[in-house]
Design a protein around this ligand. Structure first.
Ligand code: FA5
Length: 336
């Protein structure tokens, strides 16, 4: 046979057989038939090359190699195509249960703070912020707490070893704020009455830890300053706030008390079953504090309160131990 026709015939039938192969087994059969090393159509073609005259053999040999490479490449491409898993609609079983998406939740205290802002916002109080690292002026002095007051004792507070202190430089003592009352001062320094703000956040005290005490806890500070602000208004705001958050069955009790920055001062308790639990301190702002921020106590008056956020949340959800909030136990946290 003329070698050119033999090559054409081999190539055409090999490419057609490759394209027609629809499975791994079929393409293997085609490979054996057209590219098999021992016998098959490639061997026959090689024999054709052997028959041509010696002067034509180099050119025909080259042609042989080209045709063989072309068929090999086509075969490999088809093999790869058949190996790929076919996408099929029947592969998805829509009746199988899906992968559950685990949604996070806000911490119960964060939820309580949102509720607090929402409720107190209805009384016209807007939210102010203050730093957790404070100086002695805002944590004590401006709040009328004298230098020798036991509340300023280093053992009653978390003082920070500041860089200047460590370097032996001038000491500006700083501490983690022990109460949110610091924000009262920061707001009054910047704003003129009328003022109606709350500030919520962490406070720190080296208290002995038990079921109702932690060394880090949260307070909501409230401050209202203006003309003719009265104690009656303070008591009404606190009663309404507590019953809105805790329900009508809670009783709020005011006990005379003392805070250096309020006069008169009260401590506020809530009923919990047969017991009472202290939830905050409050009072009418001491004239000394008003003067410290440049207000005239003859013209304006004000009240302030500081509430323990954990204790409200505890009563609402019947949580008997404050430590549950900080243990990061999902069995506890996922209930809220
Ligand atoms: C104060 O912190 C005052 N700054 C409150 C105040 C504000 C008075 C404005 C007058 C005017 P006291 O130390 O009592 O007060 O704390 C207030 C509330 O924080 C307590 O009633 C209690 O609910 C909560 N609390 C106090 N210590 C802890 C603690 N270690 N762990 C959890 N809650 C606490």
């Amino acid at each position: 046979m003329d070698h050119a026709i033999a090559f054409q015939d081999y190539e055409a039938s090999a490419l057609a057989a490759i394209a027609a192969a629809k499975s791994a087994a079929e393409i293997e059969e085609v490979r054996i038939e057209f590219l098999g090393k021992k016998k098959g159509r490639l061997k026959d073609l090689q024999a054709v090359v052997g028959q041509v005259s010696a002067d034509l053999r180099p050119a025909v040999g080259k042609l042989f190699n080209e045709v063989r490479d072309k068929v090999t490449a086509a075969l490999e491409a088809q093999q790869a195509l058949l190996r790929k898993p076919k996408k099929s609609l029947t592969a998805i079983d829509i009746s199988l249960p899906g992968q559950p998406v685990l949604l996070g939740k806000r911490h119960p205290l964060a939820q309580t703070m949102e509720d607090f802002k929402d409720i107190i916002g209805r009384f016209g109080f807007i939210v102010a912020d203050g730093p957790e690292i404070e100086d002695e002026y805002h944590n004590f002095k401006a709040l009328n707490i004298p230098e020798d007051h036991p509340a300023r004792d280093p053992l009653e507070n978390f003082y920070l070893a500041t860089a200047s202190y460590a370097a032996g430089g001038p000491v500006t003592p700083r501490l983690l704020r022990s109460q949110t009352s610091t924000v009262q001062i920061r707001v009054m320094e910047k704003q003129q009455p009328p003022i109606r703000i709350v500030s919520l956040g962490r406070v720190y005290r080296p208290d002995t830890i038990d079921a109702t005490h932690s060394c880090m806890f949260h307070q909501m500070e409230g401050l209202m300053v203006g003309e003719h602000v009265t104690m009656a208004q303070l008591k009404t705001v606190l009663r309404l706030f507590a019953t809105t958050y805790l329900g009508q069955d809670v009783t709020i009790r005011f006990r005379p008390s003392f805070f250096p920055f309020t006069e008169p001062s009260v401590e506020v308790d809530m009923s919990w079953g047969k017991d009472w639990l202290e939830i905050g301190g409050a009072g009418m702002i001491d004239p000394n504090v008003l003067r410290a921020v440049g207000y005239d106590p003859e013209k304006v008056s004000g009240f302030a309160f500081g509430l323990g956020i954990e204790r409200f949340c505890m009563r609402r959800h019947q949580i008997r131990d404050i430590r549950r909030f900080y243990e990061n136990d999902l069995r506890f946290l996922s209930q809220f």
